[in-house]
Design a protein around this ligand. Structure first.
Ligand code: SAM
Length: 359
């Protein structure tokens, strides 16, 4: 859904200070693709997001993306938004505020969208993690924009730290962190002092775990689940990523990405929707579900909304759209402590279609 733009490599011979070919740069650059796709979907009217423009340099000069990318971005964003809102609603129902940690957050605007809506009072904190190069860029964008920084409180309460790579406010934090490192040296020192282990914790992994070997991402998810649920808390995890890449579509996708120096080690073990659910059970989660974007479009978007979307742009290749959407999934799981109510096991997204209307 986010085919990367050509990566900008640093020439290792360009200057004495250049260290080595930066192998992570193409992965970091995938954030540009996600941001451009979102900007395009917003401009076309698929999504409402007044904040994305502040994260895309020269936004007014960016060309629109093809309809297939716009629709995919709409479906992904809508599904994830609903799951996040539903988690916050369950926390609120128990008289608690939700904590959200977004892994590989890139230029995501979800914090500002939640803050602008009714979820604002139900959020205890929102923490974003990414490579330091990306957090630096985001911290600068937040500081530069009055609209973005207004959501974080008074300017004297917003602190930039760690050489410009981190940003701290009472509700929102942006922290540099490599998810491939062992959690004991990466997550524990940065997050354990900030998170409240007894408050519901939502971990958001939107298009990031595919870039991280599954042993490392399993360790990350296990750390969060153990941290929270061993302290009477509850941990919810949402993962959006590509899967089932062993077929010809998947091979083409992997080859395209390889030519741009992007690998998907984290997608390798997941060849079926069920394997995405089983990941959660393997990690000790009590409940897990998974839905392809194709099925989300078919059964979780109301007919009225489907008709509105269909009017925005002409889509010639519905079959191609369905093939692409079948290779992306949203999966989610819940890990409870012994004391938690079973209401959490119902966490999910409601089916909406009342008629079979698929263009
Ligand atoms: C495709 S972008 C997705 C950005 C955002 N989550 C979204 O969906 O709009 C992937 C993001 O994951 C980050 N990422 C990938 N591997 C990472 C790692 N090992 N540690 C931290 N961040 C990582 C990248 O830098 C990039 O910002």
């Amino acid at each position: 859904m986010d085919p990367p733009t050509p990566p900008l490599f640093r020439d290792p011979l360009a200057s004495p200070s250049s260290k080595a070919l930066d192998l992570d740069e193409p992965v970091r650059a995938t954030d540009n693709d996600a941001a451009l796709a979102r900007l395009s979907a917003v401009r076309k009217g698929y999504l409402v997001d007044p904040f994305i423009i502040h994260f895309v340099p020269r936004a007014h000069l960016q060309p629109p993306r093809p309809p297939l990318i716009n629709i995919g971005t709409y479906i992904r964003g809508t599904g994830l938004d609903e799951l996040v809102e539903s988690f916050i609603g369950l926390a609120t129902g128990q008289g608690k505020k939700a904590q959200i940690v977004s892994l590989g957050a890139g230029s995501d605007t979800r914090f500002w969208r939640l803050h602008a809506g009714t979820s604002r009072e139900h959020l205890a904190c929102y923490i974003e993690l990414d490579f330091p190069e990306n957090t630096t860029r985001k911290a600068m964008a937040v500081r530069k924009s009055k609209v973005l920084s207004a959501a974080l409180g008074r300017s004297e309460d917003i602190q930039i730290g760690d050489g410009g790579t981190s940003l701290h406010s009472s509700i929102y934090r942006l922290l540099p962190l490599d998810l491939r490192l062992p959690p004991s040296v990466s997550l524990a020192p940065k997050l354990a002092p900030i998170l409240d282990p007894s408050s519901p914790l939502l971990i958001l992994c939107e298009c990031v775990l595919a870039y991280v070997a599954s042993a490392a991402s399993d360790a990350v998810l296990r750390w969060f689940a153990d941290f929270s649920s061993s302290n009477d808390g509850v941990t919810g995890v949402i993962i959006y990523e590509m899967f089932g890449l062993e077929d010809s579509f998947g091979r083409v996708m992997k080859n395209n990405l390889k030519s741009r120096h992007v690998e998907l080690p984290g997608a390798e073990p997941y060849n079926s929707l069920d394997s995405l659910r089983q990941r959660f059970f393997r990690l000790g989660f009590e409940e897990a579900r998974a839905l392809t974007l194709r099925d989300f479009r078919r059964t979780h978007i109301s007919v009225t909304e489907q008709m509105r979307i269909a009017r925005i742009e002409m889509l010639d290749e519905v079959e191609e759209l369905e093939l692409v959407l079948q290779h992306y999934a949203i999966s989610w799981g819940i890990k409870l402590s012994a004391k938690q109510a079973n209401a959490w096991l119902e966490w999910g997204i409601a089916e909406k279609s009342d008629e079979d209307w698929i263009p």
